[in-house]
Write a protein that binds this ligand. Structure first.
Ligand code: IMP
Length: 192
């Protein structure tokens, strides 16, 4: 994995209340944009002759995916998928499904775009499902990565920022559906 970017704790400003939780500024919109430009250049270099297919994982990655995709300077495509959990008839009672895989990804170079890797279970599930389609290669890019929260042996190939395992909000990340529209990333305030 490449080195993750340095975290910027930006200037103090008013905290934001979302439902019952309070969040404070953590990574500025400018710092996010700068880091995405850097990751974009690395992907441009590595994939310049590979006609990659980006796969954004909904909902959380839609803003990051849009910004990263616009950094691309080579022929490439983008599509979106979603992981659904529903109560099924398996013994665990919970079955996951990867939705949205339309055209074949066989022999394509895939780049999965995630908003955040926390336990890593979602990414592991997605990679296992995509592998069944025999792509030429699969790489993963995640804006955020919480290495201390990992429960499986997986890490993104390209990563925006490594963070402590604290709850984050904004730039696509939500709390109970809210906060995705925030331009920067916020962290839940520690209880004093
Ligand atoms: P994982 O399977 O535990 O790695 O988690 C993946 C998903 O959990 C992400 O794609 C997010 O949707 C959600 N998630 C994990 N951590 C956070 C967070 O700090 N804020 C908001 N959503 C999160």
């Amino acid at each position: 994995m490449q080195d993750c970017g340095e975290l910027a704790y930006f200037w103090p400003m008013n905290s934001i209340q979302v439902l019952d939780r309070t969040f404070v500024p953590f990574i500025s919109a400018e710092k996010i944009a700068e880091r995405i430009r850097q990751i974009g250049q690395e992907i441009n270099e590595r994939y310049k002759d590979k006609n990659p297919l980006f796969i954004g994982i909904l909902n959380g990655s839609f803003i990051f995916a849009a910004d990263l995709y616009r950094e691309m300077e080579m022929p490439c495509e983008i599509t979106f998928m979603r992981v659904s959990s529903y109560t099924g008839t398996s013994s665990s009672g919970k079955v996951k499904e990867l939705l949205g895989l339309g055209n074949s990804v066989k022999d394509r170079h895939l780049i999965v775009i995630e908003d955040i890797v926390d336990t890593g279970l979602t990414l592991q599930f997605i990679l296992n499902e995509l592998q069944l389609q025999n792509p030429a290669s699969i790489a993963t890019v995640s804006l955020l990565f919480k290495p201390k929260a990992l429960q499986v042996d997986i890490e993104p190939d390209f990563c925006g920022f490594e963070t402590e395992p604290r709850f984050l909000l904004g730039y696509g990340l939500d709390y109970d559906g809210y906060g995705r529209n925030l331009k920067g990333i916020f962290v839940e305030k520690e209880k004093s």
